[in-house]
Each structure stands twice: as C-alpha cells, then as structure tokens.
Design a protein around this ligand. Sequence first.
Ligand SMILES: NC(=O)c1ccc[n+]([C@@H]2O[C@H](COP(=O)([O-])OP(=O)(O)OC[C@H]3O[C@@H](n4cnc5c(N)ncnc54)[C@H](OP(=O)(O)O)[C@@H]3O)[C@@H](O)[C@H]2O)c1
Length: 342
Amino acid sequence: MPSGQRVVLRHYPQGAMRASNFAIEDQVVLVPGDGEFLVRALYVSVDPMLRLFIDPAPLGGKMPPMPLGTTIPGPAVGEIVQSNHPEFSVGTIVEGRFGWQHHAVSNGAGVQRVNPKLGGPENALGIGGLPGFTAYVGLNVAGGVKSGQTFLVSGAAGAVGSAAGALIHARGGRVVGIAGGEAKCRYLVDQIGYDVAVDRHAPDFMEQLAKALPTGADVYFDNVGGPLLASVVPLLARGGLVLICGLMAQYQGDAESGVDHLPDVLRAVMFNSLRFQGFTQVGRDALRPAFEAELAELVASGRMKVAMHIEDGIERLPHAMAGLFDNSVTGKVVVRVGEISR
Ligand SMILES: NC(=O)c1ccc[n+]([C@@H]2O[C@H](COP(=O)([O-])OP(=O)(O)OC[C@H]3O[C@@H](n4cnc5c(N)ncnc54)[C@H](OP(=O)(O)O)[C@@H]3O)[C@@H](O)[C@H]2O)c1
C-alpha cells in the first residue's frame, strides 16, 4: 500500500540539471524497527551539492555515480509520527538526512531537534541549518570578522551567501556581494545588510566591483569558483584570504567550467601575497551551540531576514532543483511537502 511518494534519479544529467532527470514514485508503507522512528516530512531541502552526489564527474570525483532509481538524499525537516526510540518521541520536529520523500525511517544518527528559537521549522534547512551553519563555519575558519575588514561574497543572494552577508553585517564588518541581476542586488542591500551589491551581468561589472573595493577585499568568501574567481582575485588586498566554500560554477561540467584559469589566479596570488583556504562544515558540530546562540539573538531582534524560496508539493522538487542551477531564485530553496499535525 503506498504511504506517500519519493523522488528518484531517472537519468544522469548531461550538462544542465533538468526536471526530467528525476521521476516520482509511490512509497511503500515504512515501519520503524526497534530503536527507530518514522518521520513525516514537512520541508525538503534543495541543495547544489546534490548535483555532485548524483554524478561527481564534473569535479573529477572518484566516487561512483548514484545508481539510477535511488531516492534523492539530502536534508529535510519532519515530524516524528511513530517511535520505538527512547530519545525521540512522537510529535518532535526534527531535521536530518531524510531524503526527497514523504516518509523516512531513522535510528537518530545525524538527526537534530529543531530549535524553535531559530524561527519556523523551514529555517532549520536555511539560516538555522546547513547553509547558515556553513556561513558560520566559514567565518570561523577565516578568523572571525575583524574591525575594519572588508569581505567580498560571491553567490551572495544564494542560501549560504545570504547567511554569510547577514552574519558579517551583524558583526560589524563591511560586506560587498556579487549576485546575478538588479533585483537580487536590491535584496542584498535592503534586506540582508550588504553595504554594496554588484550585478555580475552588468556590462561594467568589474569597474563597479573595483569601485566598491577601494582598498581591496580582505576576505573573498567564494561560493562559485570558475571564471569569476580568476576575475576577482586581483581585487583582493595584499595578504588577502580566498575562502573556498563551494564551486557552484563548476558543478554542471559545461564548457565554461572546464577552462583552466590557474595561471591568472597564480599571478594574483604572487603579486598580492594571497592565501587560499578551503573548508567544509562537516565535522564541525562542536561549533553548533555557539552558532545557534548567535543566530537566536539575531532572529529575536529581527536582524536576520534571509529570504526563503518555498514551493509546494513533492512534485515541485525536480523543478526546484533545475531552478537552482538557472540562478532564477533568491535565498534558500525548500519544498513544503506536509503540514505539522498539531
Ligand atoms: N563548504 C561547505 O561545507 C558547503 C556546505 C554547503 C554548501 N556549500 C557550497 O556553497 C555554495 C553555495 O551554496 P548555496 O546553497 O548557497 O547555493 P545557491 O543558493 O544555489 O546559491 C548559489 C549561487 O551561485 C551563483 N552562481 C551559480 N552559477 C554561477 C556562475 N557560473 N558564476 C557565478 N555565480 C554563479 C548564483 O547566484 P547569482 O546568479 O545571483 O550570482 C546562485 O544563486 C555551493 O557551491 C555549495 O556547494 C559548501
């Protein structure tokens, strides 16, 4: 008997991600065993890294591609509706890697109780979840936000970029964002607290960016890599830090992402004495309590107004994933697939 639906991989993407790469199937009834619980999903997250789990080839990954027919993995928020687990009771709202499906069984590994101080449950996939925590960890790796420092953020109107900008602003740093389009730039300045936002599609983009960084950027919080990285590194201040958070521009394996910009990057590294540092939020759970405390205060004071792009219905997940890669959306993308029962 079906108990809901799940989204599976139907075809491997050839270049751009398309909704037709996915199929929707009925889910059979799931029964939790001893030490397990059943979650009914409320919000499902749409993340760019999924592109690389599906097929790591664009970044030269060694992992085998995800088998066709696999339920798409990834974070979701849900309500526990049955439990044989001593520490997770029915009615608890939790976040975990429950995948793109209406129901999931879990033994509690990697599952977090949703903190109501961080806003609505959907926020546990945005500022209070993976993107917000990634921004927080990145700033921690960069050594915090020091007085007088200027940060430059790419993909600034995306989920991580919005959170990074809001945190830098709240901590008193100067922050310049790069986004695609005037509407996203307005959102960054009016809503998030970016000091300046520059449209990467503007014909005079590089001139505008240079003007916004009169003494250079001390830290480049890079979410995209690709040709933009090579264009931007000469605008860093001497001794500046390039913080590699993600390589969004290189995930689709298109012609642009295959161009070698290393000689240009190395020139800037040498002339400006730059440093490069990659990081991942994985394994940084010790930072979570401090992250949640800082965020709870910003949410309570109304200073954290990061956009959520919410679609409705599990059938929207494939379209939402394709939309993530055509850069048409602002903020964190989630799909609502259920309502809280109480
Ligand atoms: N290190 C970690 O632990 C960690 C954790 C989570 C995510 N990440 C990475 O962080 C990055 C951002 O994630 P997210 O969830 O914020 O993604 P997102 O919401 O989809 O935002 C990414 C943004 O990148 C920009 N972009 C896309 N292609 C581009 C290109 N070719 N050139 C320049 N800009 C481009 C787009 O903005 P515009 O069109 O507006 O410029 C897009 O909105 C991703 O690379 C992701 O893999 C890293």
